[in-house]
Design a protein around this ligand. Structure first.
Ligand SMILES: Nc1nc2c(ncn2[C@@H]2O[C@H](COP(=O)(O)OP(=O)(O)O)[C@@H](O)[C@H]2O)c(=O)[nH]1
Ligand SMILES: [Mg+2]
Length: 202
């Protein structure tokens, strides 16, 4: 994928702040610290675009990144950070629910989990929530450099079991080694074309 431009269009909390309709989007979600910002930066060949946060759990807005003036990446707020209050958790839920309700332009959600660990109950709840709202969801296993390639399958079957996946693919990526992002890009462009959007690849 050739990235000609990437810009942060909107940092939205409320629905009326979402960008104009008609431009397709895919969204990224996962636990704080899972490597979401790093993965978005790797996809876009940018260093510090989606901020790689030193203090997890701080992002409480929905960030829309306009890519090549053709489609959006939607950076959803992370969850599962221990040190947040009840009211902050409720706020997160409201922001997410508002976004997930009837978002016509949303073609797929990528749920990021750490390849090393069994997904948490929060991850499982997130996966079920996305399916409940009727969106397609693909799991991306981050930090793949932390285990040897020979262990990928074993770790991915743990992920598969916990989330209740059947034969859906899981895409392993490493932002450190820059691996897996070509496969993730293929999945993203296929998703857009399945939804009838023509995306310029190069
Ligand atoms: N080894 C390794 N570390 C990673 C990778 N991706 C992210 N990290 C580290 O994990 C931490 C959280 O990353 P970040 O992208 O900010 O996660 P976010 O909170 O989900 O946006 C940072 O210290 C990153 O350097 C990866 O692919 N491999
Ligand atoms: Mg982040």
């Amino acid at each position: 994928m050739k990235i000609r431009s990437s810009e942060i269009v909107m940092s939205a909390v409320n629905r009326d702040q979402y960008p104009a309709e008609g431009i397709p989007e895919v969204a990224f979600v996962g636990r704080s610290n899972v490597g979401k910002s790093s993965s978005i930066n790797s996809l876009l060949n940018r260093r510090n675009f989606a901020r790689v946060s030193q203090t997890p759990g701080k992002t409480r807005t929905i960030n829309f990144y306009l890519i090549n003036e053709e489609f959006f990446f939607v950076d959803l707020p992370g969850y599962g950070y221990a040190k947040v209050s009840k009211s902050e958790k409720a706020g997160w839920g409201k922001i997410m629910e508002r976004y997930l309700t009837g978002r016509d332009e949303l073609c797929r959600i990528y749920l990021l989990v750490d390849i090393r660990h069994e997904p948490t109950n929060d991850d499982k709840a997130m996966y079920d929530w996305v399916k409940y709202f009727g969106y397609d969801c693909t799991v991306v296993a981050t930090k793949a450099d932390k285990i040897s390639r020979g262990k990928y399958q074993k770790h991915m079957s743990v992920i598969r079991k916990k989330l209740g996946l059947a034969d859906e693919k899981i895409i392993p990526v490493s932002s450190l080694k820059k691996t897996g992002f070509d496969i993730l890009w293929d999945d993203i462009t296929n998703t857009y074309s399945e939804h009838g959007y023509e995306i310029t690849v190069d």
